[in-house]
Write a protein that binds this ligand. Sequence first.
Ligand SMILES: *[C@@H]1O[C@H](CO)[C@@H](O)[C@H](O)[C@H]1NC(C)=O
Ligand SMILES: *[C@@H]1O[C@H](CO)[C@@H](O)[C@H](O)[C@H]1NC(C)=O
Ligand SMILES: *[C@@H]1O[C@H](CO)[C@@H](O)[C@H](O)[C@H]1NC(C)=O
Ligand SMILES: *[C@@H]1O[C@H](CO)[C@@H](O)[C@H](O)[C@H]1NC(C)=O
Length: 472
Amino acid sequence: MEIVRWFSFICVVIATFVLLDLSNNVDGRAHFHKKKTDHTHTKKGSPVSPSPPEYLSPAAPTIPSDPYNNPNPDPCVFDVTSYGAVGDGSSDDTEAFTSAWKEACAVESAILLAPADYQFTITSTIFSGPCKPGLVFQLDGVLMPPNGPDCWPEGDSKKQWLIFYRVDNMTLTGSGTIEGNGEQWWELPCKPHRGPNGMTLPGPCDSPALIRFFISSNVEVTGLRIQNSPQFHMKFDGCTGVLIQDISIDSPALSPNTDGIHIQDTKGVGIYNSMITNGDDCVSIGPGCSEVAIENITCQHGHGISIGSLGVHHSQACVSNIYVNNVFIKNSDNGVRIKTWQGGMGSVAGIRFENVEMDNVKNCIIIDQYYCFTKGCQNETSAVYITDVSYKNIKGTYDVQTPPIHFACSDSVACTNITLSEVELLPKEGVLVDDPFCWNAYGILETITIPPISCLQDGEPVTLSESVNYDC
Ligand SMILES: *[C@@H]1O[C@H](CO)[C@@H](O)[C@H](O)[C@H]1NC(C)=O
Ligand SMILES: *[C@@H]1O[C@H](CO)[C@@H](O)[C@H](O)[C@H]1NC(C)=O
Ligand SMILES: *[C@@H]1O[C@H](CO)[C@@H](O)[C@H](O)[C@H]1NC(C)=O
Ligand SMILES: *[C@@H]1O[C@H](CO)[C@@H](O)[C@H](O)[C@H]1NC(C)=O
């Protein structure tokens, strides 16, 4: 019953895309019949040269009518259907994608094109570089992994699906959809409360992250719709220079571990103008991140914007210069959160949350230095040091099940220099009994807050514990 409904949902989604993309594709075909004459690198099929999509180069010159007079040849297009991709929703198109990638990778400013009106299926694949600069992976159709764990090839990684590795100056874009086919992964009995009688069965519970950029630089992800991931939708790990804009991420509220965008060991990140609806963190920022801007984002359901969790297993975590601005968070379990485990090292410093609107959010503003998901985590003498955190113009409504403001800092290491101004949070409905909570938290209120906070301590703690290493 569930599955039948799921399939019909997918069909509706796909049909919608097929319909929406028809006009696009007519334009596309009109351009794509023109063959380039000077290709020496083609094996299967022939790449063709359309005009570049407008959004790739808004200032691009118009295409001259005489190709032989063209001083700046159009970028080469490597259409996966010319490499044998079928795109019927069930054939395995992996080889076509890897062949097209191999050839596109070798050409400057190439476009790997997965055209509209097709539903491509590929198995877990690493698209590796280094490639010539300016490579564009353009998805206008639907791209999806095999449907659920039973269809996952034995030898394939169950931790990741679409992987970009060692790429520099590359763009992933298009008007298409990356459909994660995640439902059967969410229902595995090892997922929280999905076992018999609402239990959570033990055992390895790997589920693939949908898109992963690993050890890459200057990458852009724009335009796409990314949905129903088995696990994280997008993960950036060991990257420098990441721009994500105008995307939408969409999964059900009850899909476990489906973080929208997760970054770790990644520096120089902009996440702009996007919509994220999912079942876990909207954006999560792990250890080793700095210079991150998140602006004009809507987060729905899920667990809000999260720095952490940090310092697990006594590890060192360093996070600095995070700027969150103009964000709307709706019906979420958290708003803006910093979470660390007991026993870590390092610091979280220079965090600004500004112009955040909340609608029916639990834990709107929260620092939790006692993060733990097993029972019986011990309090430790070391902790990740949290300092220079400001909250400015944070307004809206909270769900009265939890206090809207909660600063639980470590016993051994206080949080310092927390600043609040223009914080006004009202109950969505009903009356809250608990006041804002602070533990070992130092900082100032620049304006009166709603609800009023009296628990933040003035000045600096007498000593910061000397046994703690918060160098970064
Ligand atoms: C790639 O490099 C070119 C030239 O420096 C630059 O204009 C473009 O924005 C870069 N693209 C990405 C995705 O970094
Ligand atoms: C955010 O949205 C505003 C209003 O639409 C726009 O002016 C601004 O450029 C956007 N910011 C970014 C970083 O795109
Ligand atoms: C850890 O410390 C906090 C704050 O002092 C306290 O509330 C909590 O009970 C302690 N937990 C354990 C397991 O000792
Ligand atoms: C407190 O933090 C703010 C940023 O939130 C920073 O600008 C300021 O310099 C810090 N103050 C001190 C005394 O470190």
